[in-house]
Design a protein around this ligand. Sequence first.
Ligand code: PRT
Ligand code: ZN
Length: 298
Amino acid sequence: MDELRLKLAIQKSGRLTEPSLDLLMRCGLKISRGKDQLMAYGENMPLDVLFVRDDDIPDLVQEDVCDLGLVGLNVLEEKRLELASRGHPARFQQVRTLDFGRCRLSLAVPEGASFEGPRTLQGKRIATTYPYLLEKYLRERDVSAEIVTLSGAVEIAPRLGRADLICDLVSTGSTLQANHLREVETVLESHAVLIRTPLDLPPLKDEWVERLLMRIDGVQQVRESKYIMLHAPRSALTEIRKLLPGSESPTIIPLEGSPDRVAIHAVCRENVFWETLESLKKAGASALLVLPVEKMLA
Ligand code: PRT
Ligand code: ZN
């Protein structure tokens, strides 16, 4: 393996795979990947992508096999606690919060079962695939309960009589609903994160990490951003500027032949809704145009 190429681990096949690849493509990376290949070669950056199970990503960075990894905060924090329990400090550094992979690790009880705060958990059996995060939650609340560690299908544990309640990942909540479970407490809010090795990298690799981070920031900023153009009477400028959502100083351009009207161009860092356009029109704006932003570099 080339020592001067960055190695980034992402999930091989699962919920994070597509958004991770999409992020990398938007950052300009072109990779060639054969079917079922473990590794893809970055054609236009010194960066190769390793496809692995998400649970292995923190370890690969911990053990310096990879320089970078894209993984869920839930997996990362569970690993951090597991390492700590064995007396090993985690060596991965979280360098970016990403805008995908959102979910929460929650406690859920069977429908009809009562729940009056964490004290209700005293002496109960809780099924989970996240024993360390659950143990920390219980310890911080001074509750002692039995943790039943499973490797999957946690949501059916209460029906099988293996546990009284569960602690599992939830996004829409429909899995809980289908299994007649009620979400009662959040243990951890999660999303995907980018992690890196704490090791000093050779200058060329380091430079590419910085470039990648800058591009990720740009990609995440433009997802919500819009470029808005409109014409307005000069007299309405103050009001119109107030209506433009999340925009910094807009560009004001005089209009040939109409001294009392101007064109306004602005980048809005929030979505521009129909309601905003209607308010702008009411304030005197015309010729409104909203465009998606493709790239942004501060
Ligand atoms: O094979 P590998 O080990 O790589 O994959 P995996 O099966 O362990 O992971 P995968 O692909 O299911 O999830 C990868 C990561 O996606 C997780 O670690 C989370 O960070 C994130 N994520 C986001 C989720 C969910 N949303 C999610 N909903 N992971 C799992 N779920 C489960 C949830 O537990 C429930 O059973 O999906 C089911 C449906 O959820 P509802 O609430 O929408 O019904
Ligand atoms: Zn996994």
